[in-house]
Design a protein around this ligand. Sequence first.
Ligand code: NAD
Length: 311
Amino acid sequence: MKALITGGAGFIGSHLCDHLVAQGHEVIVLDDLSTGSLSNLSQLEGSAKLRFVQGDILDRELVDELVAEADTVFHLAAAVGVYNIVDNPLRSLRINLHGTENIVESAVKHRVPYMIASTSEVYGKNDADGLKENDDRIYGSPTKSRWSYAAAKGLDELVAYVHGVESGVPCVITRFFNVVGPRQTGRYGMVVPRFVDQALSDEPITVYGTGTQRRCFGSVFDVVPQLTKLMDTPEAYNQAVNLGGREEVSIKGLADRVVELTGSGSAISYIDYDQAYGEGYEDMQRRYPDTSLATRLIGFEPTRDLNDIIG
Ligand code: NAD
C-alpha cells in the first residue's frame, strides 16, 4: 500500500509513518513544516519507503496530484495548539477547513479511502442546562477565537461524512483526545511536554487555571496502530470514532506526577487563563472519552498508563 500522510512530519503523523513503514508500506508525507519538523522523520532518512514533499494542503493542485498517487490518505495536517489558534484564528480556520475540503474532494474524485483527524474539542463545553445567545459552550461561538479550531474540525467532519456517504468511498473520522508521546512539542501549549520541559530544567511548572480541570491522556503508541485498523474495518466507515486514554487526572495531579517521575525540584505555580492565553479564555473542566465504539469495532484497549506516557 502507498499512503499519503498529510502532517506526516508532525507528532502523530511521524509515528504513523514509522508504523506504516515498519509494516512494509510506502509513505508520501505532505507537510509545510509549520509546526512539524524533518527531525521527526530522521529515523526514516534514506528509506526508499518514504517520500517527503514540502507543501501546503491549501495547494489544490499539489494535493490532487499526491492523492491520485495514493491507495489511502491519512489527513492529519492542521493548524494546532492553543497559542497558534488564538493568535491566528482566521488562518487556522482557512487551513483546517479548506485544507480538509481539498483532501476530501480529491480523495473522492480518485476514489481513495481517507481518514481525517478530528478532535475531542468538537464536544465543546456543552454540559448544557439552557442555551443562551452568548453561550460559548458550543464549539462554534464566533466571539471566541480559540473556537475556530473546534468549529473548523466540526465542519471537517461534516464534509468528510457527507462526501463519504454520497460517494461510497471509505471514510473514517477519528476524534483524538489528548494524545501524548515522544516528539510532541510544548511550544504551542500542549501541557504534558510543557510540564516535562519545565521540570527537566528545574523551572516552576505553570498550571493554567485552578488545576482542578481533568483530562485523560492517551499514548501515541496506543493510538497510531488503531488508524490502519479502522481503515480496514468497513463497519467504521462514515463514523466518528473516539480514541484516547482511560486514566483521568487533574492538571494539578499531572504536575505532581511529572515532578515525582522526573525527580525535579520544580515548584508548581498557577496563572489564570487570561494571563496564559488572553482575555476571555475558558477551558473545559473535564474531557473524558468513551472509547467503547473503538473497542467494539477494532478491539481497542489502551495498554499504557500515565506513568508510561510521561516516562
Ligand atoms: P502537529 O502540529 O505535530 O502535526 C500537524 C502537522 O501538520 C505538522 O507537521 C504541521 O507542520 C503540518 N501542517 C500544518 N498546517 C499545514 C498546512 N497548511 N499544509 C501542510 N502541512 C501542515 O500536531 P499533532 O498533535 O500531531 O496533530 C495531528 C492531527 O491530530 C491534527 O489534525 C490535530 O488537529 C489532531 N489532533 C491531535 C490531538 C493531540 O492530542 N495531539 C488531539 C486532537 C486532535
